[in-house]
Design a binder for this molecule. Structure first.
Ligand code: MOS
Length: 764
């Protein structure tokens, strides 16, 4: 039996359940110092002076590090190399958001570092600020950033397909609406943390919690001026990321490295929950205006979207988040005329960035809400409208990309329709006399797997495989385990590629000195990219294993059968372990490096091209109960179908889907980060409410396999898609239940209650 397709036990389960797993704060070194970050207290300030006279008297105080020290004492660059290099490692003269790092206080203990930081007197001048992205785009706005697209615009994209004016003119029905979404916090259980360690060769090793070691590598090299081969980044067991440990750990990694470099001692930085909240990235608040036009029979003829992301004070990953959102903004439909304009805008707020879904959940909330409005205006079942327009093989996406293979969208919609008993439930006359009203709603979405055309050269990955004398296998890859199950799924792929038992394969924690830059662990790309790199590495080893097995059995390789860790021919068999032992005896090379580079992608100045290598398709049906007296919504059930090409591990896949839905429920109904004038009011888990087990609905997950020929065993990617669809399915269900269209999420009970009250008064 192959292990691919089986729900083998996760290889990291035991260590995490028993507490044996070591996270960054569990590590310490002789002579280690501790670092606390000094932060801007206001939205926009000019830093005049830092007085450390009082801080110096704190026992254990070692030193303060500022922007000046990076440049003059180290000779590094005070500029984080990401997409646009606008974010300094430490604020230099101006700080542009409340919580921005302006200094690092290093001391013998965390307590003395905290105490000293409190005693540093910051002399500053307040500057005018802007927090509304629509205002920040206006000519007279305060300037935070100036670039090629104009004031405060980090990034702008266009998609132009067909002729939208004509499309709307030929439409029988037109709907349009503005939708907005708030922040969402990744809420990984482990806060950000890093240790910088000075090595005897003059280099620095950084250990920490992260998704993307190579991004940290780039940042540490920039900040310290060290050569790439003197910097080593090692990922420690990471307690969740969800995008929140994509880029921003590079900031802490650089800080830890700078401090270790200057003090020549190991330095640990562990963020408190509140500083993690105020300074780390979140899901961008958004503003979307969207318009659809369709013929009476439901054929969508045109879609026009204006999409604005509130990016905060620095660009970080906003240009890429915006691009992903732009590509998918018209929805997973065949639409001949599309016009999309999108903007990532600077405001004096904490920078927003990567969060599972990466610019898609915001715009999907808008397009999938409006599709339901279109269905209503057409007097059509929303499932039927989606079925008519859903992308199928041979269709073209909004960027003009022809879908040539692996498209399970229609099946996903059909499956959730049938599994949820949609036909009976949607049209059913629900009792109107009771306080609690039942509703059902659907959404559909697609997700471009991996980095796509804006991923530059990054969409490639390496794997290093060593088959040990006893047959056990060590796998090193450049992608990381962040709770998603990477080490399990890749071990399965490796085991089947070698015909080794799954238990004999160990996937290591990621270390930049073991394998070359494999891009980031993001964009639901790891199974595809690292999986293919493993298959590539295993291929020649497998040939040697097969030949040796054939020799041991006295048959040619083509007479050989293999399965479940054994090789057979006729009546004879030999175990994988014995074959490997013989390979080593014969001095065969049992270690290889594999490589996978994605096929080319494109996106021209009109937003046309093959944006991504392939897409994952999904559909969600939400069933809710709305309490009309309190505005509370209980999500009763989510039925969720996903075409992911090939299911490598069903249980892990279901876990991904259920987790994504839980976050989607939080996004739709519960999670509200309150910001006033750029200052966060509830930066903690007491006041920022997350969905709990009490909010969990009944989950019904449906896994579909439309194989992607270039994927490992046909697999595409799954991780992010499950969080994209639930929010609009839920708000569509609320509309079905009580007749109100929510145009902002989170749809808190008080907002729903107010709407219901207003509606009632208007109807009197
Ligand atoms: Mo992700 S949001 O692509 O880490």
């Amino acid at each position: 039996m192959p292990t691919v397709g089986q729900s083998v036990r996760r290889n990291d389960a035991k260590s995490k359940v028993t507490g044996e797993a070591l996270y960054i704060d569990d590590y310490g070194y002789e002579g280690m110092l501790h670092c606390v970050t000094l932060r801007s207290p206001k939205q926009h300030i000019k830093i005049k002076k830092l007085n450390i006279a009082k801080a110096k008297k704190v026992p254990g105080f070692v030193r303060l590090i500022t922007a000046n020290d990076i440049v003059n004492e180290i000779g590094g660059k005070n500029s984080w190399p990401l997409v646009i290099h606008d974010y300094p490692f430490l604020a230099d003269g101006i700080a542009r958001f409340c919580g921005e790092a302006i200094g690092l206080v290093v001391a013998e203990t965390p307590e003395s570092a905290t105490k000293a930081a409190q005693l540093i007197e910051l002399d500053y001048e307040e500057l005018p600020y802007v927090t509304d992205p629509l205002k920040a785009m206006e000519g007279n706005a305060v300037e935070i950033y100036e670039g090629e697209f104009g004031k405060n615009i980090f990034s702008h994209y266009k998609v132009r397909k067909g002729d939208v004016e004509r499309g709307f003119a030929e439409s029988d029905v037109i709907v349009e609406q503005t939708f907005t979404t708030g922040f969402q916090v990744q809420a990984y259980l482990e806060t950000q943390g890093m240790i910088g360690f000075p090595e005897s060769n003059g280099g620095i090793t950084v250990y920490g919690s992260m998704q993307c070691p190579y991004y940290v590598h780039d940042a540490v090299v920039a900040a310290t001026g060290l050569a790439y081969n003197k910097v080593r980044i090692v990922q420690r067991c990471t307690g969740g990321g969800f995008g929140g440990k994509e880029d921003v750990p590079a900031l802490l990694g650089a800080h830890a490295a700078i401090a270790a470099y200057l003090t020549k001692r190991p330095v640990k930085i562990i963020y408190s929950r509140s500083e993690d909240f105020i300074s780390m990235s979140k899901r961008h608040p958004s503003w979307v205006h969207i318009k659809y036009g369709a013929k009476r029979d439901g054929t969508i003829l045109a879609c026009e979207v204006k999409y604005v992301l509130d990016s905060g004070a620095y660009s970080t990953l906003s240009p890429i988040v915006l691009w992903r959102g732009t590509v998918h903004a018209a929805g997973p439909y065949r639409i001949p005329n599309v016009k999309i304009d999108s903007y990532a805008v600077a405001t004096n707020k904490v920078p927003s960035g990567a969060f599972r879904g990466f610019g898609q959940p915001q715009v999907c909330f808008a397009n999938e809400s409006l599709i339901d409005e279109l269905a209503e205006k057409l007097e059509m079942d929303p499932v039927e409208l989606r079925m008519i327009n859903a992308l199928r093989l041979g269709d073209k996406t909004a960027t003009g990309q022809e879908i040539k293979e692996s498209c399970g969208l229609v099946e996903a919609i059909q499956k959730v329709r049938d599994a949820s008993d949609w036909k009976n439930k949607f049209s059913r006359q629900h009792p109107t006399s009771t306080i609690k009203k039942y509703g059902i709603g659907i959404s559909a979405n697609y997700y471009g797997v991996a980095l796509g055309a804006r991923g530059r050269y990054l969409d490639r990955a390496a794997a290093h495989i060593q088959v040990q004398p006893d047959g056990t296998v060590i796998v090193a890859v450049g992608n990381t385990e962040i709770g998603q199950g990477m080490r399990t799924v890749l071990a399965q792929i490796c085991a089947d590629s070698l015909n080794a038992p799954y238990e004999m394969v160990q996937v290591l924690e990621t270390d930049t000195t073991r394998v070359p830059d494999s891009g980031p662990t993001v964009a639901s790309r790891t199974t595809l990219m690292s999986g293919n790199a493993i298959i590539d590495a295993c291929q020649t080893i497998r040939e040697r294993i097969n030949q040796t097995a054939g020799r041991l059995l006295g048959v040619s390789v083509d007479m050989l059968h293999s399965s479940n860790g054994e090789f057979f021919s006729n009546e004879k068999k030999v175990s994988y372990a014995d074959v490997v032992k013989e390979c080593h005896k014969q001095k065969l090379q049992m270690t290889e490096q594999g490589w996978y580079a994605s096929p080319p992608t494109s996106f021209d100045e009109n937003g046309q091209g093959d944006a991504y290598v392939t897409y994952t398709y999904s559909a969600n049906v939400a069933e809710v109960e709305v309490d009309t007296e309190t505005g509370e919504v209980k999500v009763l059930k989510i039925t969720s179908a996903h075409d992911i090409g090939k299911v490598i591990n069903p249980q892990t896949a279901e876990g991904q889907i259920e987790g994504g839905i839980a976050q989607g429920i939080g996004y739709a109904l519960i999670e509200e980060l309150v910001e006033k004038d750029g200052i966060l009011k509830n930066p903690n888990f007491t006041d920022y409410i997350l969905p709990s087990s009490c909010d969990a609905p009944e989950y019904q997950t449906i896994l579909l396999e439309h194989p992607y020929p270039a994927g490992p065993f046909g697999a595409k990617g799954l991780a992010e898609s499950p969080l994209i669809g639930p929010a609009p399915a839920i708000t569509n269900a609320i509309k079905n239940a009580v007749g109100i269209r929510l145009t902002h999420i989170p749809a808190l009970p008080e907002k729903i209650w107010e709407r219901l009250k207003r509606e009632k008064e208007e109807n009197l």
